[in-house]
Design a protein around this ligand. Structure first.
Ligand code: C2O
Ligand code: CU
Ligand code: CU
Length: 421
C-alpha cells in the first residue's frame, strides 16, 4: 500500500519450470512464478494499481475478469504489452465483495497462454457484517480452488488438441491450483470453497461424493442474498461460485465433478475427483449466517435498450470480431436487456466486460434467485435474458468486449465490441 492508500501490485508474466505433480520438470508460464499467479486482494472503494511486465516471448495483456473499471484499463486485445514491455492499470474498486480473476486476453493467443498457466484470482472484500460471518480465513476455511483440465505426455504439459472437439484443448486430468489429486485438512465445521473454472473449454458439474448439499453463497460478481442449498453447481469456462460445505469431525468427503451430458464437447472423460476434504478430530463449530447481502433487482421495464445476440458457429449475429466495428453503443448509466441465444448444438459461454448482470429468464423461465453474473453458460439451443446497468465510465473511443469464453472460440473471433458513451 503506498502513501495515498493505493494498493500496488506487481505482476511479471514469464516462463518457468514446474512439475505440476508429474515428477518431471515441464515448461509452464506464470505470474511471479512458474505457474498461475498470486491471489490479488483489495477492499471495495480502494484504489489499486497493477504494474505488469511481459517477460514472455510473445505479446500478452492482463484482463481483470468481472471488474467494473474504465475501458482503457480493461486489458482487452486492443492494448497488447509487447515482448519485454511494461503496462500499468489503475482504477478504484467499486463493486461488492466477490471472487474475480485475471488472465491474458491478447488477440489469437488467449487459449494457449491461459492453458500454459497464466491466471490468478482477484478477491474483493467489503467488510460487511454478514460477509464477516462467512468463513473468511484465507487458506484455512476460505479456500481458492482454481480448477483446470490438462493433458500430459511423458510428464510434459501437452498442448495437443487430441479430442478434436470443436471447443479446443480438453484435458483428461484435473489440476487444482496447479496440483493433481489435492486434499485439504479442515479444522472448522464449515469450509468455504471459491471455485473458479479457469479451464480453456471444459464445463464442470461440481458435487460432493456422498451427495450432501453444498450451500451456494456467491456467484461471479458477489454474494447471494441468502445461502442456497444445492447438490450440484455447474460452472462453464470463466465462471465462479462460492460454496460452503459442512463437515463433521473425522469425516472425509470428496469434491467431484459429475458427468455433464455434454458428450463429445467434454472429450473422452467427463467426471473427475477434484479435492478431498479431511476433517480433523477436533474442529471448531461455525454457523452460516441466514442472510448474506441485499441485491438490487434491476427492473426490465426501465431498460433503455433491448438487444439480441445469437451465438452460432464461431459468430455472434453472423459476425466475427472486427476491431474496426463497434457492435453496440450503450448510454452511460442506463439499464439494458440483452437476449442471448445459443442457436446450435455446441456449448458456449457468454461473458461481458465491465458489468455484472442478472439473469431474468432461461427459455422464458425465471431463475430461482437473483445474483450477479459476468459469465453465463449457453446450453445448446437455449435463450437467456439478462439485464445490466452500464454505470460510471464513458469512453466513446475505447471498446469493451463481449464474447464466448470458450477460449478457442474467443481466439477464433467469437467476440464483439461495445462502447459506453
Ligand atoms: Cu475472462 Cu474477455 O474475459
Ligand atoms: Cu472479462
Ligand atoms: Cu463458444
Amino acid at each position: 500500500v503506498d502513501a495515498d492508500g493505493t494498493r500496488v501490485f506487481d505482476l511479471t508474466a514469464g516462463p518457468g519450470d514446474s512439475d505440476l505433480g508429474h515428477g518431471a520438470s515441464t515448461r509452464t508460464w506464470g505470474y511471479n512464478g512458474a505457474y498461475l499467479g498470486p491471489t490479488l486482494r483489495a477492499q471495495k472503494s480502494q484504489k489499486v494499481k497493477v504494474n505488469v511486465h511481459n517477460r514472455l516471448n510473445e505479446p500478452t495483456t492482463v484482463h481483470w475478469h468481472g471488474m467494473h473499471l474504465p475501458a482503457k484499463v480493461d486489458g482487452g486485445p486492443h492494448h497488447p504489452i509487447p515482448v519485454g514491455g511494461d503496462y500499468q492499470a489503475a482504477w478504484t474498486v467499486d463493486q461488492p465483495a466477490a471472487t474475480l480473476w485475471y488472465h491474458p486476453h491478447p488477440s489469437d493467443l488467449t487459449e494457449r497462454q491461459v492453458y500454459r498457466g497464466l491466471a490468478g484470482m482477484f478477491l474483493i472484500d467489503e467488510n460487511e457484517e454478514n460477509e464477516e460471518d462467512l468463513p473468511h480465513e484465507y487458506g484455512v476455511d476460505d479456500i481458492p480452488v482454481i480448477v483446470q483440465d490438462k493433458n500430459f505426455d511423458g510428464g510434459q504439459l501437452s498442448m495437443s488438441d487430441r479430442f478434436l472437439s470443436d471447443v479446443g484443448i480438453l484435458g483428461d486430468e484435473i489440476l487444482v491450483n496447479g496440483t493433481p489429486g489435492p486434499f485439504l485438512d479442515v479444522r472448522t465445521s464449515l469450509v468455504r470453497l471459491r471455485l473458479l473454472n479457469a479451464s480453456t473449454a471444459r464445463v464442470y458439474d461440481f458435487t460432493m461424493s456422498d451427495g450432501r448439499p453444498m450451500q451456494l453463497v456467491g456467484t461471479d460478481g458477489g454474494l447471494l442474498e441468502a445461502p442456497y442449498a444445492t447438490s450440484s453447481v455447474r460452472l462453464s469456462v470463466g465462471e465462479r461460485a462460492e460454496v460452503v460445505v459442512a463437515l463433521r469431525p473425522g469425516e472425509r468427503v470428496e469434491l467431484r465433478t459429475a458427468p455433464t451430458g455434454l458428450g463429445r464437447f467434454q472429450g473422452g472423460r467427463d467426471a473427475f475427483d477434484v479435492l478431498q476434504l479431511r476433517a480433523g478430530g477436533q474442529i471448531t463449530q461455525k454457523t452460516l449466517p441466514p442472510t448474506l447481502t441485499s441485491i438490487e433487482k434491476l427492473d426490465p421495464s426501465q431498460a433503455a435498450q433491448r438487444r439480441t445476440f445469437t451465438f452460432q458457429g464461431r459468430e455472434i449475429n453472423d459476425d466475427r470480431m472486427d476491431m474496426d466495428r463497434v457492435d453496440a453503443v450503450v448510454v452511460k448509466d442506463t439499464v439494458e436487456v440483452w437476449s442471448v441465444a445459443n442457436g446450435h448444438g455446441t456449448p458456449h459461454s457468454f461473458h461481458i466486460h465491465d458489468v455484472q448482470f442478472q439473469v431474468l429468464s432461461v427459455d422464458g423461465r425465471k431463475p430461482e434467485f437473483r445474483s450477479w453474473k459476468d459469465t453465463l453458460f449457453l446450453e445448446p439451443r437455449k435463450r437467456y435474458e439478462i439485464i445490466a446497468r452500464f454505470a460510471d465510465y464513458a469512453d466513446p473511443t475505447t471498446a469493451y468486449m463481449f464474447h464466448c469464453h470458450v477460449l478457442r472460440h474467443e481466439d477464433e473471433g467469437m467476440m464483439g465490441q461495445f462502447v459506453v458513451v
